[in-house]
Design a protein around this ligand. Structure first.
Ligand code: SF4
Length: 395
């Protein structure tokens, strides 16, 4: 394939003035953190002010030269990390300004930024508002300071409260709290306490994840006192009971929201909306092609203006790969996947491929048809991972 063909992933049909009939989500990666947490394997680490500025310059060059997206309207932007709130507010403003110059961002776009407690202040929050950012996702993790300390987090619950209230005062009415269960030393009671405190704050959205010990992290080489399997199961069940009772509905395996506050960016990802990742290590899905940016900072800083030099792992998805992704991502959502939508997208009946698997799990009470929607039951959600693996077509 000629390089021009390979990197002009959007095709060349678009011209100025053409209706923006395709939806695009943007992910912007900021790879800096004040300090590495002991469980984290994300592409992130500490950096000085000068490095941060150099990175933002490189990011802006990438935005300017990432290809022709004039056919698209951007429906959501997620500035993630790392800790984007570590950057000076004017740098975030600069990035958003560059994004708006390059892309047609919908007036109604959901624009989120990840922030860590203790790294925001009034000045930064003011820049975010000016830049049109309308959602903050706080990496809170726990309301218990001992648990936070064991995780290697830089903040306390008190610090989180300060940041949360500051964000409210700055006008943010759409806030997510990331919370983690299955932590070293955590009990069912302390997890319930964390959930209760989050509810009392009235946060609009809660992402409730379980800790996963990743290879190569400090946690992987430590003897940790983790909750046993039964406690973990109870934590998952109680999360659902407590949050649903408090008015948060579960719309994905790990995500709960008040009505209308579901994260549109994540829903787009699970529905396979096209998305472009900007910044080091970020992943993209454009024109049924997956690719990711280099994880090498030296290469990124030097070549971010040349997509062909920084994009790697380019994979054009064939129909089977698209179908697998559609099922595995779509079934993560409680609403499930639609028989009709499947038929329209892939020009075939879902039963033709998955009839037997679906029948087996429906009969076992793990999945159900709700009208034309196929989704997990409560019993199925807790064992969803091995079930989802059966939707891989290579099996
Ligand atoms: S703040 Fe988040 S991205 Fe940074 S080290 Fe901790 S878990 Fe990883």
């Amino acid at each position: 394939m000629e390089s021009q063909e390979l990197y002009d992933l959007t095709g060349l049909q678009s011209e100025i003035g053409v209706m923006k009939n395709r939806e695009l989500e943007l992910y912007v990666h900021i790879p800096f953190c004040a300090k590495k947490c002991d469980y984290c394997d994300f592409l992130s680490g500490p950096a000085g002010k000068e490095q941060q500025q150099d990175y933002v310059e490189a990011l802006c060059r990438e935005i300017d030269s990432c290809g022709d997206f004039s056919e698209y309207e951007v429906s959501s932007i997620f500035i993630g990390g790392g800790t984007p709130s570590l950057l000076d507010g004017n740098l975030i403003f600069k990035i958003m300004d560059r994004v708006r110059k390059k892309f047609a961002v919908a007036d109604t776009a959901e624009i989120s930024i990840e922030a860590n407690p203790g790294t925001v202040d009034e000045g930064k929050l003011g820049f975010y508002r000016q830049a049109g950012i309308n959602r903050i996702s706080f990496g809170c993790q726990s309301a218990d300071d001992t648990e936070l300390k064991k995780l290697g987090r830089i903040h306390t619950w008190e610090k989180f409260l300060e940041s949360f209230h500051m964000a409210r005062k700055a006008g943010f009415d759409n806030i997510n709290m990331d919370l983690m269960s299955g932590l070293p030393g955590q009990t069912l009671r302390s997890w319930e306490d964390t959930l209760g405190k989050a509810i009392a704050l009235g946060t609009e959205h809660i992402s409730a994840y379980s800790l996963i010990i990743e290879e190569g992290t400090p946690f992987a080489s430590q003897q940790l006192e983790l909750p046993d399997e039964e406690t973990e199961r109870l934590m998952y069940e109680r999360t659902h009971e407590i949050l649903e009772t408090a008015g948060y509905h579960q719309y994905e395996i790990s995500n709960y929201a008040k009505t209308g506050r579901e994260c549109r960016h994540n829903i787009g990802y699970w529905k396979r909306t096209e998305y472009l990742g900007l910044g080091i290590g970020s992943a993209s899905l454009v024109n049924e092609t997956r690719f990711s940016n280099t994880q090498d900072m030296t290469v990124y800083l030097a070549d971010s203006h040349k997509p062909e030099a920084i994009r790697e792992n380019i994979e054009i998805l064939d129909k089977n790969a698209q179908i697998e992704e559609y099922m595995i991502l779509g079934l993560r959502m409680m609403s499930g996947i639609s028989r009709k939508d499947f038929q329209e997208r892939f020009q075939m009946e879902i039963d033709k491929i998955y009839g037997k698997i679906i029948e087996k799990y429906v009969a076992g009470g793990f999945m159900k048809w709700s009208g034309e929607y196929l989704c997990f039951t409560r019993k199925g959600i807790s064992v969803s991972n091995p079930i989802l693996a059966e939707f891989l077509l290579g099996k």
